[in-house]
Design a protein around this ligand. Structure first.
Ligand code: PRP
Ligand code: URA
Length: 197
């Protein structure tokens, strides 16, 4: 994880490699974030004997936050291929740093037990709090936040607004700068994935 994070932060890392690293790090964080999902017994036969194994007993939905969360979707679908994906579009107003919602096509009710919010950057926490607000209003019973880098300010904001939402991150950085960017961070996660910086 440390090695991958270092390459992710490196300003010389090009978008293709950056996207690969986002996916690889997301897989590792998701391994922990999914560790307490409920299982049910599942019987199969190996070529040699019957075997009582497990299957996922909870329906899981993925909620990537546009744009940067897109890079975590494939990794999550590799782990939970049947999960529906509901994109939410939010961007931060550059002046106020407040999240502006521009895309939401959630169906009328929440047909899953667990929603995994996918967004690599937890900076002020405004986007994460707004996303969880929307999901709770929608009726999502259980929500987990899965990210890559957080600032202490963002972790505080999300955990005080939604103490029931566990936060899974690959790294907790030092602080935010005056423009609301995580330091040392990695810059703008959306721009670096999509080559738009
Ligand atoms: C980034 C990131 C988060 C948000 C975090 O998105 O993907 O959604 O900033 O910042 P916050 O914790 O202060 O709300 P951004 O607004 O840059 O949109 P983009 O991914 O479309 O570039
Ligand atoms: N969004 C990003 O992409 N990077 C930051 O450092 C903060 C918010």
């Amino acid at each position: 994880m440390q090695e991958k994070l270092t390459r992710l932060r490196d300003e010389r890392t090009p978008p293709k490699i950056f996207r690969e690293l986002v996916a690889e790090i997301a897989t590792l964080v998701l391994y922990e974030a999914t560790a307490d999902l409920q299982l049910a017994e599942h019987e199969v036969r190996t070529p040699l004997a019957p075997y009582t194994g497990a299957r996922l007993a909870e329906a899981v939905g993925l909620v990537p936050v546009l744009r940067a969360g897109i890079g975590m979707v494939e990794a999550a679908l590799e782990l939970i291929p049947e999960a529906p994906v509901w994109h939410l579009g939010l961007f931060r107003d550059e002046r106020t740093l407040l999240p502006i919602s521009y895309y939401n096509k959630l169906p009328s009710s929440a047909p899953v037990q667990v929603c995994l919010v996918l967004d690599p950057m937890l900076a002020t926490g405004g986007s994460a709090v707004a996303t969880v607000d929307v999901l709770k209003k929608w009726g999502a019973p259980r929500i987990k936040y899965v990210g890559i880098i957080g600032a202490p300010e963002g972790v505080r904001a999300l955990s005080s607004a939604h103490p029931d939402v566990p936060i899974h991150l690959a790294a907790l950085d030092e602080r935010l700068n005056e423009k609301g960017y995580i330091v040392p961070g990695l810059g703008d996660a959306g721009d670096r994935q999509f080559g738009t910086g």
